[in-house]
Write a protein that binds this ligand. Sequence first.
Ligand SMILES: *[C@@H]1O[C@H](CO)[C@@H](O)[C@H](O)[C@H]1NC(C)=O
Ligand SMILES: *[C@@H]1O[C@H](CO)[C@@H](O)[C@H](O)[C@H]1NC(C)=O
Length: 439
Amino acid sequence: MNFITTLFFCVLPLFYAPFQGCYSAATPPGDHTSSVVLPVTGNVYPTGYYHATLSIGNPPKSYFLDIDTGSDLTWLQCDAPCTKCTPAPHKPYKPNKELVECMDPLCESVHWPETHQCQSPKEQCDYTVQYADDGSSIGVLVKDSFSLQYINGTVAKSILAFGCGYNQEVPASMNPPYTDGILGLGLGKASILHQLRELGVTRSVVGHCLSAKGGGYLFFGDQLVPSSGVVWTPMSTTEIEKHYSLGTAELFLGGKTTRMKGLPIVFDSGSTYTYFSGEAYKALYSMLMNDMKGKKVYITNEDKSLPVCWKGSKPFKSIYDVKNLFEPIILKFKKSKFQLNPESYLIISKNGNACFGILNGSEVGLENINVIGDISFQDKIIIYDNEKQQIGWTPANCNRLPNMDDDDDDDGDGEPDSASLCKPYGSNLGILPPYCTAN
Ligand SMILES: *[C@@H]1O[C@H](CO)[C@@H](O)[C@H](O)[C@H]1NC(C)=O
Ligand SMILES: *[C@@H]1O[C@H](CO)[C@@H](O)[C@H](O)[C@H]1NC(C)=O
């Protein structure tokens, strides 16, 4: 699924300094750095998205929500009643009577930058979200209890505002998502990240670790941010849009520049694939085609998994059969670089071909923005730190939680000892590898 962009923006008048203002008014949760962790299910191919399971309502019910750092509003398909709900894993959410009022700043936030008018202050807050992939949701903002589990195992209930979506259109992508809604983790006020911060539950930091094998985890707060090894890049403050923007980069294939500089880069977990726009896509595409000459793989038109696929003399079984043939793609920022090894931009299709997971953004109307999606986040922890206005990444095994306590490496092999990975909170969440349950 490709939730690339939305019509949401940070809730700021244009004449304010963008971004900083979004968080300056709030009181950060003091020195307490508690974090919430959620297991994640899904994969890039063939599923096309990753979802987290949220417990919402009283008594809590489970919902599968697509993890989207590209938009702010969390919404659930909702029996308000449903005008148009799409097929989903669970029954639509049944709202209680807690409505967000039209005058609430959250309501203003979901309407910004359009002018937001209330006929009467107590009326309900209607919303429409339109995603870049043509998906949409129409509904009303409601409040209900979210049960979130801290890393120490304690479950905290927080009343959060979210959308009760009673009229959905599915995106025009190959794989319409089979979820109950969207988990909006953008940097605007309507995002649950901002709400959790206002409530003093966690800091406004979100991280995801999406495994190439499928699954992974998501966290809110900074407790799971590795203390070393993370490459940080400041969030761009020149753009007024609410996206997680890293400013501009130069694009390289292998050691060679594509000569494409000043490319605005956005991170968006709601996008399955990575998109380069216009000239950048063209330059990368033609360099890659050149590079592949004489490497005994051939473009095939028979595979419809993605627009560009290569076949070999026999079907590829895994990415390891082809990764030596392809060069890494590198985004060079002012002070950091983001490297896409072949496994971060290729998938092996069901037919055993290697398909290019970087798509032409101009075809989906992205103009000059370049969107880095799930395929390129695999096997990395990606951290969006709204407190420090920076985005970080580091390679990781996403099938287990990172080592949170240095003392856990008692045998000094540089790996957390298995016993320390088997704390009850982790196994409860189903994040840890199976050998832990045997201990
Ligand atoms: C877990 O952490 C939360 C948040 O810091 C705290 O309120 C709670 O008391 C802790 N629970 C335990 C069992 O330590
Ligand atoms: C990318 O898409 C645009 C718009 O559809 C098209 O004009 C352009 O030729 C495409 N570029 C490549 C290299 O395929």
